[in-house]
Design a protein around this ligand. Structure first.
Ligand SMILES: Nc1ncnc2c1ncn2[C@@H]1O[C@H](COP(=O)(O)OP(=O)(O)OP(=O)(O)O)[C@@H](O)[C@H]1O
Length: 286
């Protein structure tokens, strides 16, 4: 697997929280979704990857190289956070001018195209833009310096569904070039269901799993059953479970096997939200 980004044993200790030996990699031409409950450690992971916070341990390599002061690496990585970091009195046009001086690979034509596509008025001060417009501006800037890797931390959260859909198409276009990849954290798991190739689930500072989205979609399922059936279940087949008022909801990694083994079993497909909820709010079996 040819990885653009490789994270190995990334560790960061805060009082009351530890990012604990987080490892995953983002292959070329793919989108990696980072999911997890509030406070799971997604932003800490992204900040440590980008060297914005000091890591206690672990290595992060981009194209097989550790992030250093290398200017080229900074050109090659586009970053968007949930929050704007441009001065309020700038306008999108001025941001373009500043960025063209800051980035060797800046493509003004592409930037103007994004301003049009995202319906961003070039001459309005940033302080007068809505949250979603500011977010679109950040995405336009990140893409216009022609990075090879985009790192997005909750970058689509302020956007309405129509604009999110447009932006997701932009992301899918971006990874059509097989030398490009995206790492994106999001609580909007339906967005990840649409675009991600892989999902890394961080729970309480640890990677719970890193899997292809198709494995989750085609193999994971939720077995709904009563107490008697639950007691009979082979515990090896259970990933996590939770009891509600009427039944047991059991997350299984191979829904077809369970369907075959337990006749008349009700086994639903599992969405990423279902998986997250069962792991976070339920009991983990192994
Ligand atoms: N600078 C800091 N000092 C101390 N603790 C911190 C600091 N930054 C983050 N934390 C703690 O680290 C933990 C993980 O936070 P982080 O922001 O990485 O979570 P997250 O998964 O991105 O959450 P959310 O989905 O809410 O954005 C939290 O308990 C948070 O309080």
């Amino acid at each position: 697997m040819d990885a653009i980004l490789q994270v190995e044993n990334l560790t960061k200790q805060y009082a009351g929280f530890m990012l604990d030996h987080v490892s995953f990699s983002v292959p070329k031409g793919t989108i990696m979704g980072l999911i997890g409950e509030n406070g799971a450690g997604k932003s800490t992971t992204i900040n440590a990857i980008l060297d914005l916070i000091h890591k206690d341990d672990g290595t992060v390599t981009f194209w097989g190289q550790e992030l250093s002061s290398s200017r080229q690496l900074k050109e090659d990585i586009g970053v968007v956070f949930d929050g704007i970091n441009f001065y309020d009195t700038l306008t999108p046009a001025k941001v373009g001018k500043i960025s063209s001086a800051a980035y060797k690979q800046w493509d003004e034509y592409l930037y103007q195209d994004f301003l049009n596509r995202f319906q961003l008025p070039p001459d309005k001060e940033i302080k007068t833009l809505s949250k979603g417009m500011k977010m679109k501006l950040c995405i336009a800037v990140a893409l216009s310096h022609k990075p090879k890797l985009l790192i997005l931390d909750e970058a689509t959260s302020g956007l309405d569904p129509v604009m999110r859909d447009d932006i997701l198409d932009v992301f899918l276009d971006f990874v059509q070039d097989e030398n490009h990849s995206i790492l994106m954290s999001s609580h909007i798991t339906t967005d990840l269901e649409k675009v991600a190739d892989y999902i890394t689930f961080i729970h309480q500072g640890k990677v719970l799993f890193c899997k292809t989205k198709d494995e989750l979609r085609y193999h994971y399922g939720i077995f709904r059953c009563g107490a008697a059936m639950f007691d009979q279940l082979d515990k090896e087949e259970i990933l996590a479970y939770r009891k509600d008022d009427y039944q047991w909801n059991v997350l299984v990694a191979d829904k077809e096997k369970v369907r075959r083994k337990y006749k008349n079993a009700v086994v639903d497909d599992a969405t990423i939200d279902d998986i997250l909820l069962l792991y976070v709010k339920g009991e983990q079996a192994r």
